[in-house]
Design a binder for this molecule. Structure first.
Ligand code: DMJ
Length: 466
């Protein structure tokens, strides 16, 4: 009897070791899948080069290039660089680096969206510098950030929506919280590398302007006027339009050690867990609450919200992170892809598109690395298999109009290169052969920054915080 008990214990030990094991013994196909993601990335990148070179993005069905503005800003290559680099595709990264240095000129008379170009272009260029250590790339990043800064010259310090890259003329007084305050990370990295605190100070002022306008119960709204500081919408949530504000409170603290941001994160996450978290039908979700009363006002969520398990896990709350990831996985499994907008109480979607977004994959990657539980790895195996089944075209991958019908749209967003393919590749690569999870912190567009490159004491001086 005693022997059976001990054999049982040993078996339980072996099984639990296996399920917490990140390596190829448990997941024999791990390297094969990494190679497959890499060759699919190269195939899509070559399609971009063949049909859309010099443009911002590829339209893979019509096989043409698309631009965000009157003139291209070369967003796909800048966003793709760090992924191609991590995959070891040196010819391709050399090509992008040379183009950026020799031919990319930001002196353009066009109005750019401050938030979008900050996370993609500034974030992309800074990580290009991180990985290449090419000073000419850092000079480009600085030049670009200097063109964004005039937007921050408002009564609140929250940037306007648009800025003209040539004249610095900024306009657009109404912004959502993500557009208002997702800057401490990129601006902090730039301040560190240039030893000039003005960038981080601008980003942090915008963040504080949002946080300082929280209600008595510690919640913020989601849309604000940058001049008056008045809330235009008082819905409090972690969904699209707010998401990366919370992400940057914690990640900027982690990378630079600014403890003031950690305090902001702690107070914020307490409010989020108190007023937004709810269990419906046995599943954990984060809905919308009124910022003043805390009352739940909506169960409408967006697929962007699937970033939240990753940040919960990174900040140590693996309990909620794993529960929430299971909810997202349930939603993905209904159609084999997840809808852009979903109501978890009515189980309906008012906007059923899937644009090759990364968030659910990002969270599965974090949970796999943090818990060692290979069920998260297997989630990414399934997501990749569905993306191949429904989004793959003869030359690249494309977005989906409706996750139920799988009708395709003609667009491959730049974040597919920057984020989706990168998180898949890293999930399927063994740490020792690639980029160890704990060595890097990613900006919201998945551009990697090595933790050890940022000394906390120096950061305080270079970024100008106590
Ligand atoms: C990305 O551009 C960024 O991650 C952003 O913060 C929100 N999500 C999109 C991709 O879905």
């Amino acid at each position: 009897m005693k022997n059976i008990f001990f054999i049982g214990l040993i078996l339980i030990f072996i099984v639990s070791c296996k399920s917490r094991n990140n390596n190829s013994e448990t997941n024999p196909e791990i390297g094969i899948l990494a190679d497959e993601v890499k060759s699919e990335t190269l195939r899509s990148w070559q399609a971009y080069k063949n049909y859309a070179w010099g443009h911002d993005a590829l339209a893979p069905l019509s096989k043409t290039g698309k631009n965000w503005y009157e003139e291209p800003l070369y967003i796909s290559p800048i966003d793709a660089y760090s992924t191609l680099f991590m995959m070891g595709l040196e010819d391709e990264t050399n090509l992008i680096e040379s183009y950026v240095i020799d031919s990319l000129n930001f002196d353009k008379d066009l109005d750019a969206k401050v938030f979008e170009v900050n996370i993609r272009i500034l974030g992309g260029l800074l990580s290009m510098y991180e990985l290449s250590r090419n000073d000419a790339v850092l000079a480009k990043a600085k030049d670009f950030a200097d063109r964004l800064l005039p937007a921050f010259d408002t009564k609140t310090g929250i940037p306007k929506y648009w800025v003209n890259l040539r004249t610095g003329h900024a306009h657009g007084d109404t912004v959502n919280v993500a557009e208002a305050a997702t800057y401490t990370f990129e601006m902090g990295v730039l301040s560190y590398y240039t030893q000039d605190p003005k960038y981080y100070q601008a980003g942090k002022k915008a963040t504080l302007a949002i946080f300082d306008r929280r209600s008595e119960i510690g919640l913020i709204g989601d849309v604000i006027n940058v001049e008056t500081g008045e809330w235009i919408s008082t819905q409090s949530h972690i969904c699209a339009g707010v998401d990366s504000y919370y992400e940057y409170l914690y990640k900027s603290y982690l990378l630079f050690g600014d403890v003031e941001l950690e305090k902001l994160w702690q107070e914020s996450i307490n409010g989020i867990n108190t007023y937004m978290a709810e269990t419906h039908d046995g599943k954990l979700w984060y809905g919308r609450a009124d910022m003043f009363s805390g009352e739940k006002i909506s169960s409408r969520i967006t697929l962007y919200d699937a970033f939240f398990p990753a940040i919960l896990a990174l900040s140590g709350d693996t309990t909620r992170a794993t529960q929430l990831q299971r909810s997202w996985n349930y939603l993905w499994k209904i159609n084999g892809l997840e809808p852009m907008v979903y109501d978890y109480k009515t189980a309906t979607s008012s906007y059923p598109a899937y644009d090759l977004n990364p968030e659910i994959i990002e969270s599965a990657y974090y949970l796999f690395k943090i818990t060692g539980d290979s069920s998260y790895y297997k989630m990414n195996v399934d997501y990749w298999s569905d993306i191949k089944a429904y989004c793959r075209t003869d030359v690249a991958f494309t977005s989906i109009k409706d996750v139920a019908t799988k009708e395709q749209k003609d667009y491959m967003p730049t974040f597919f290169f920057a984020e989706t393919l990168k998180y898949l590749y890293l999930s399927f690569s063994e740490d020792q052969h690639s980029y160890p999870f704990y060595d890097y912190i990613f900006n919201t567009e998945a551009h990697p920054f090595r933790r050890s490159h940022f000394d906390k004491q120096m950061a305080a001086g270079y970024l100008g915080f106590e």
